[in-house]
Design a protein around this ligand. Structure first.
Ligand code: NDP
Length: 330
C-alpha cells in the first residue's frame, strides 16, 4: 500500500477558492530532487494572502500552500543533502507555484534548501520562519549601510507582527535602541519584553508625509510600506538607512526625493524569496548567534495543520501577534 499523509490543499472553482484538510500521496507532490519529512511550517503574511485569496499569490491550482517549512531530508538525489539532514526552506515560489509547507512531506529542489545551524531546532526555525529570516535580512542591510548602534535609534514598523517582533529582538540584542511603531497599544508590555525602548502609535506615521520632517532615527525596518514608509524616510537622520520589506499598509510609496538628495538617506529593498543561497546561509548563521531564543519563545504560539485556514484570515486582519509555529504532524 502506498504511503499517504496529511496536507492543506487550496483549490479554485466558479464558487471561489477553498482550503481543505486532505490525505494525499507522494505522487501528488511536484518534481524535485529532495524529499523532506516536514516537521513544522508557519503562517506568514503572504500565506494569509494565499489562504484568503486577498492577493494572487497562488498561481497553480490545486496547490499545497505554505511558503516555508523545516524538516529532515528523507531521500535525496542532490549531492548537497543526505537523509537525516535538518533543512529549512524559505520562498523560491514554494506555496505560490510549487507545493509548499502545509503537508507532512515536501518534494523540492535541493538548491532551494539551507541546512539549519545546530543551534536552531526545527521548531525554532519555523518560529523564526520567513518573517524572522526577512527581519535578519533587514538588519544585515542596515549593517551594510553602516548603521551602527551609536548612530541613533532604529524604528521598527508593524512592530507586533512577525517581521517586527523578530526585528526588535535582534536589534535590541545587537545593542540598538529600538522604537516600536504599533497600532496595538495593548501590546506595549509585549514589545518592551522583546527589547523595545520606546513605543509609538502607528497613526503618527500612517498619514500623508511631508518631504522632510524632524530627524528622529538613524535607521528603520519597515514592514508596512505606503505612507508609513514615506514618513519613516522623511524622519530619518542625515546618512541613515531604511530597510523596506513589507506592504501591510499598502504597495504604494507616496514620497519625494528629498530624503535621498538632501539627507543622503538610503532605501534598501529587502527580498527573501529569490535571495541567493550565500545570503540565506549568512542570515541563518546570524540568527543562530544573534537571536535570543527566550525572546523567540515569548513571541511564539503553537498551532496544528487544521488551524491554518483560520490563521490565514487572522493574520490578514492583524490579529496574529508575533509568530505562529504549525506542527504539521498534529
Ligand atoms: P504580520 O501580519 O505578522 O505583521 C504585519 C504588521 O503590520 C501587523 O501586525 C501590524 O502591526 C502592521 N499593520 C497591519 N496593517 C497595517 C496598516 N493598515 N497600517 C499600518 N500597519 C499595519 O505580517 P509579517 O510580519 O509576516 O509580514 C509583514 C510584511 O512583510 C508583509 O507585508 C509581508 O508581505 C512582508 N514580507 C516581505 C518579505 C519579503 O521577502 N520582502 C518576507 C516576509 C514578509 P501592529 O499591530 O504592531 O501595528
Amino acid at each position: 500500500m502506498s504511503e499517504t499523509f496529511h496536507a492543506i490543499r487550496l483549490s479554485k472553482s466558479d464558487a471561489g477558492q477553498k482550503a481543505e484538510f486532505v490525505e494525499i500521496g507522494l505522487g501528488d507532490l511536484m518534481a524535485g530532487d529532495v524529499t523532506v519529512a516536514v516537521d513544522y511550517s508557519t503562517v506568514n503574511y503572504k500565506d494569509g494572502l494565499a489562504l484568503t485569496g486577498k492577493a494572487p499569490v497562488v498561481r497553480v491550482w490545486p496547490l499545497i500552500p505554505g511558503i516555508d517549512f523545516a524538516g529532515r531530508v528523507e531521500s535525496s538525489a542532490h549531492e548537497g543533502f543526505k537523509p537525516g539532514d535538518r533543512v529549512v526552506l524559505n520562498g523560491w515560489g514554494v506555496g505560490e507555484t510549487h507545493n509548499g509547507g502545509y503537508a507532512q512531506k515536501a518534494r523540492v529542489k535541493g538548491d532551494w534548501l539551507v541546512k539549519l545551524p545546530d543551534a536552531i531546532s526545527n521548531a525554532h526555525a519555523m518560529a523564526i520562519g520567513t518573517a524572522g529570516y526577512t527581519a535578519m535580512l533587514c538588519v544585515l542591510a542596515l549593517e551594510h549601510e553602516g548603521v551602527t548602534p551609536n548612530k541613533g535609534d532604529i524604528v521598527v514598523t508593524g512592530a507586533a507582527g512577525g517581521v517586527g517582533s523578530v526585528a526588535i529582538a535582534l536589534l535590541a540584542k545587537l545593542g540598538y535602541r529600538v522604537i516600536a511603531s504599533t497600532g496595538r497599544a495593548s501590546e506595549a508590555d509585549y514589545l518592551k519584553g522583546l527589547g523595545a525602548a520606546d513605543i509609538i502609535d502607528r497613526n503618527e506615521l500612517s498619514g500623508p508625509a511631508r518631504p522632510l520632517n524632524k530627524e528622529r532615527w538613524a535607521g528603520a525596518v519597515d514592514a508596512v510600506g505606503s505612507h508609513t514608509l514615506a514618513n519613516v524616510l522623511s524622519m530619518t537622520k542625515y546618512g541613515g538607512a531604511v530597510a523596506a520589506c513589507g506592504l501591510a499598509q499598502g504597495m504604494d510609496l507616496p514620497t519625494s526625493v528629498a530624503p535621498f538628495i538632501l539627507r543622503g538617506v538610503t532605501l534598501c529593498g529587502v527580498d527573501s524569496v529569490m535571495a541567493p543561497k550565500a545570503k540565506r546561509e549568512k542570515a541563518w548563521a546570524r540568527l543562530a548567534s544573534d537571536l535570543d531564543l527566550g525572546k523567540l519563545d515569548a513571541m511564539t504560539t503553537r498551532a496544528t495543520l487544521k488551524d491554518v485556514p483560520q490563521l490565514g484570515a487572522d493574520i490578514i486582519d492583524g490579529k496574529v501577534r508575533g509568530r505562529v509555529v504549525v506542527d504539521v504532524n498534529k
